[in-house]
Design a protein around this ligand. Structure first.
Ligand SMILES: Cc1cc2nc3c(=O)[nH]c(=O)nc-3n(C[C@H](O)[C@H](O)[C@H](O)COP(=O)(O)OP(=O)(O)OC[C@H]3O[C@@H](n4cnc5c(N)ncnc54)[C@H](O)[C@@H]3O)c2cc1C
Length: 277
């Protein structure tokens, strides 16, 4: 069974009635299917206009579940979103960015999902809808493990919401085996806010592809508060700040290489958040 509802209401009704899988841009959906035939009902949400696009209000920025990476890049957003936009430009190729959605990247819950570290750093919240109603979950609670999410049967992600309380410069750095169209070996997002005295008032740092789920480096974030904004910020990062990471060794890199790469990327990402002198 293949259904392509035109409204959100029809989509949640269809999910409640038939179950099945949600299809959005299809850029993860079809590759993960491999050679297996599709046996479950498919609810294709690509025709639901109300889920598309980014809206900006005084309190929040709302990324609709059908927002593609290309649309995100084209939308004017505060500089704290520069990291997310940089990640968007590195998701696959232009064709993938035109079809794939930010929400699909989160629902797929791959450890190497490039959208996750920048959205962790932005304290993003996931909005879910079913016939039972609406609920909101912090993204860090939404992704529960390797390719696992807290999504319940009959639920659909409708938006990703970012509070407008976060300011500051942000950066995203990704290391792959080549420069373009590549799965991350490690990636880092950082947002640094400064006070009037030129010191760090808040730092937000998340590392991806070095554990089953991306991680915020909260001990490091704490240690950076009060540090002067200037060259040498990145040098404050030590190996100990990254001990919570649990990288694996695979065809792309050894665990030790990943750990070392993450340290270098965190340092460089922090330095990339400094104002230009
Ligand atoms: C060639 C290629 C290169 C790629 N490169 C990268 C890369 O560099 N970095 C990276 O992070 N990813 C990459 N990807 C993966 C993919 O493009 C992204 O994860 C993309 O953002 C997925 O979005 P989508 O809309 O296509 O999701 P889909 O493929 O439509 O869905 C993915 C999963 O999420 C579920 N889903 C989607 N939307 C919803 C929703 N609103 N509610 C509930 N469930 C939902 C689906 O059921 C499915 O399980 C690549 C893929 C390909 C094919």
């Amino acid at each position: 069974m293949y259904l392509r509802p035109g409204t959100l209401g029809e989509a949640v009704e269809a999910l409640a009635a038939h179950g099945g899988r949600v299809l959005s841009g299809g850029t993860d959906f079809f590759p993960t299917l491999g050679d297996r035939p599709l046996r479950e009902p498919v609810i294709d949400i690509s025709g639901i206009g109300e889920l598309a696009g980014v809206s900006v209000t005084a309190n929040e920025i709302r990324i609709g579940a059908r927002t593609t990476w290309s649309t995100l890049v084209a939308t004017p957003l505060p500089r704290a979103f520069d990291a997310l936009k940089a990640a968007a430009r590195e998701v696959g190729s232009i064709q993938i960015q035109n079809a794939g959605t930010v929400a699909g990247n989160l629902c797929n819950a791959s450890p190497a999902a490039d959208g996750v570290p920048p959205l962790f750093a932005l304290d993003a919240v996931v909005e879910l809808r079913s016939t039972a109603g609406e609920r909101h979950l912090p993204l860090e609670e939404f992704i529960t493990g390797y390719r696992k999410t807290a999504i319940r049967p009959g639920e659909l992600v409708t938006a990703i919401i970012v509070p407008r309380t976060i300011e500051g410069r942000s950066a995203f750095l990704k290391l792959g085996a080549r420069r373009y169209l590549v799965i991350s070996i490690a990636m880092v997002a950082a947002i640094v806010e400064s006070d009037r005295d030129g010191r760090v008032s808040q730092a937000r740092i998340a590392v991806g592809a070095c554990s089953a789920v991306a991680q915020r480096l909260r001990a490091l974030e704490q240690d950076l508060v009060g540090a002067p904004i200037g060259s040498g910020l990145g040098n404050r990062v030590t190996r100990e700040h990254l001990t919570s990471l649990t990288p694996i060794g695979d065809v792309r890199a050894t665990a030790e290489y990943r750990r070392d790469a993450a340290l270098t990327l965190v340092r460089r990402a922090l330095d990339a958040c400094l104002p230009e002198s």
